[in-house]
Design a protein around this ligand. Structure first.
Ligand SMILES: Cc1cc2nc3c(=O)[nH]c(=O)nc-3n(C[C@H](O)[C@H](O)[C@H](O)COP(=O)(O)OP(=O)(O)OC[C@H]3O[C@@H](n4cnc5c(N)ncnc54)[C@H](O)[C@@H]3O)c2cc1C
Length: 409
C-alpha cells in the first residue's frame, strides 16, 4: 500500500472494547491516523465483556498461534504499564496447580512445549507453590505446579482506556454514545455504516467490526455468518479484606485445570471463576444492552461453591459480588481476524480474549495497512475458515471447548 493511501483511507472501527481499542492503538502506532472508533456505550461505562473480565493473562497454549498473540499482547500491556505507579498489567506469573499425578506429568511436558514456543516455565514442588500464593493454593491437594513467570494479571478496563488514550493522542477519534444500526453496502462492498438515532451515514474505506459478543448481529445484517457462540460464565469476588493494599498484587494468578477453576487477587479482594458447569449459550440480539446477565443459582451455584471450597481464602472470607458474564467461543478457540469473506471493505476482529487482544490488534492493523509484518499466518484466523461447516457443527464444537478452555488458552 502506498503512503498516500495509508494517510487518506478512513478506517472505521465499530466497538471500543479492548479489541477495538487495540486495533486503533496499533493503527496509529503504524502512522495511520484516519481512524474513527464508534461505540454505543458512553466513555466511562463498559457494558461489553471487557468490563466484566477479571483479566487473567496466560500465554502458554496448545495452539502456537494463541501463544504468539498472547506473547505480543503481554509486550504491549507491559509497555503501557508504568511499573510501580500506574499498572494496567502486573507480571506476577501464573501457577497451574496439579492436584493429580497426570496433571503433574502434563506440567513437565508443558515446560518443553513452552520452551519450543519461547515461553519460560518450570515445575515447582508443593511447598514452593503454596509459598508463592498461600491464600490461593490448597496445601492439602497440591502435588506440584507449573509456574510461568512471564504471565500475569491485567485490569481490562484500565488497559482499554490506556490503549484508547494513546490512540486518541496519535489522532484517532472515538465517538461514544453512537450505536451502529446498519452497514452501508454498494453491491459487494461495504462503504460505511449508519449510526446514531438519526441513522446518519458515516462513510469509510474500510469498516472493522470489533463488537464482541454482538459480532453476529451486524454481520448477519450484511448476510455474513460469524462462526462464534456466546456463552455465560460465572465469577465470584470476596468482600474487601482488611490489610490488603488497593492496587498492589503480590501473588501469581492461579489455575486449577483439573477442577476448571481459576483465582487471583484484585487489590483488596480475591476472585474466582469456574467452568465446571454445563455450558450455557446465549444468542445476542440488538436488544441486549449488556454482556452481564442475571446470576442464577441453579446454573452456577454448585460450581462456585465447589470452587470456593478449593481455594483457601474463599473458605473464610465474606462473599462479595457474583456475576454472570458473557463472552464468545469459536470452534477452534482461535479468534476471527481478517477480511469478511465475499464482501469488500469489511473486516472482523471478533471472539478474542483480553489475553490475545494486543496481538489481535497488531495483526489486524498490519493486515489493513499491508505491511507484511504479521504475528500469525492469517489463514489460521480467517473469519471464513468454517464456511463448509453447518451452524449446528459450529455451535456444538465451540461449546464442547468450554470446559477444556485451559488446554488451549
Ligand atoms: C466473566 C468473564 C470472565 C472472563 N475472563 C477472562 C480472562 O480472565 N482473561 C481473558 O483474556 N478474557 C476473559 N474474558 C473474555 C474477555 O472479556 C473478552 O473476550 C474480551 O473482553 C472481548 O473484548 P471485545 O472488545 O471483543 O468485546 P467487548 O468488550 O464486548 O466490546 C465490544 C464493544 O462493542 C460495542 N458494540 C457492540 N455492538 C455495537 C453496535 N452495533 N454499535 C456500536 N457499538 C457496539 C459494545 O458497546 C462494546 O463496548 C472473560 C469474559 C467474561 C464475561
Amino acid at each position: 500500500m502506498s503512503g498516500e493511501r495509508r494517510s487518506s483511507d478512513r478506517i472505521l472501527i465499530v466497538g471500543a472494547g479492548v479489541v477495538g481499542a487495540s486495533i486503533a492503538y496499533h493503527l496509529t502506532r503504524l502512522g495511520h491516523d484516519n481512524v474513527v472508533v464508534l461505540d454505543a456505550r458512553d466513555r466511562t461505562q463498559f457494558p461489553g465483556s471487557t468490563g466484566l473480565a477479571p483479566g487473567f493473562i496466560g500465554r502458554l497454549s496448545a495452539s502456537p498461534e494463541l501463544t504468539a498473540l498472547a506473547r505480543d499482547s503481554v509486550a504491549t500491556y507491559r509497555a503501557l504499564s508504568r511499573d510501580g505507579t500506574d499498572e494496567v498489567f502486573w507480571q506476577v506469573g501464573c501457577l497451574e496447580v496439579a492436584t493429580t499425578e497426570a496433571r503433574l506429568e502434563q506440567a513437565h511436558r508443558d515446560v518443553e512445549h513452552g520452551r519450543r514456543l519461547g515461553v519460560e516455565a518450570r515445575v515447582l514442588g508443593p511447598a514452593e507453590a503454596v509459598a508463592l500464593a498461600p491464600a490461593l493454593v490448597d496445601a492439602d491437594r497440591v502435588r506440584g505446579a507449573l509456574f510461568v513467570p512471564g504471565d500475569g494479571a491485567a485490569d481490562p478496563v484500565l488497559l482499554t482506556q490506556r490503549l484508547g488514550a494513546a490512540a486518541e493522542r496519535a489522532g484517532a477519534r472515538f465517538l461514544f454514545g453512537t450505536p451502529v444500526t446498519a452497514l452501508e453496502r454498494e453491491g459487494d462492498r461495504v462503504t460505511g455504516v449508519r449510526a446514531g438515532g438519526e441513522a446518519e451515514l458515516l462513510r469509510a474505506d474500510r469498516v472493522v467490526l470489533a463488537t464482541g459478543i454482538w459480532g453476529p448481529v451486524l454481520a448477519g445484517r450484511a448476510g455474513i455468518r460469524l462462526p462464534m457462540v456466546a456463552v455465560q460464565h460465572p465469577y465470584l469476588y470476596t468482600g474487601e479484606l482488611p490489610g490488603l493494599d488497593d492496587t498492589f498484587i503480590d501473588a501469581p494468578i492461579v489455575r486449577y485445570p483439573d477442577h476448571c477453576v481459576y483465582t487471583r487477587r484484585h487489590g483488596r479482594r480475591f476472585g474466582l471463576g469456574s467452568y465446571a458447569h454445563s455450558p450455557l449459550p446465549l444468542r445476542p440480539s440488538v436488544d441486549l444492552v449488556s454482556a452481564e446477565r442475571p446470576f442464577r443459582e441453579a446454573d452456577f451455584g454448585a460450581a462456585l461453591s465447589d470452587a470456593a471450597s478449593l481455594v483457601p481464602v474463599f473458605r473464610t472470607a465474606p462473599r462479595g459480588r457474583r456475576l454472570n458474564g458473557v463472552f464468545a467461543l469459536t470452534p477452534d478457540e482461535l479468534p476471527l481476524v481478517g477480511p469478511a469473506p465475499g464482501v469488500d471493505g469489511l473486516w472482523f476482529a471478533e471472539a478474542s480474549w483480553v489475553t490475545h487482544a494486543g496481538g489481535v490488534g497488531r495483526q489486524l492493523a498490519n493486515m489493513l495497512l499491508e505491511t507484511g509484518e504479521l504475528l500469525v499466518d492469517p489463514a489460521w484466523l480467517a473469519p471464513g475458515r468454517f464456511a463448509s461447516r453447518s451452524d449446528r457443527w459450529i455451535h456444538e464444537t465451540a461449546l464442547a471447548h468450554y470446559q477444556g478452555i485451559y488446554e488451549t488458552h
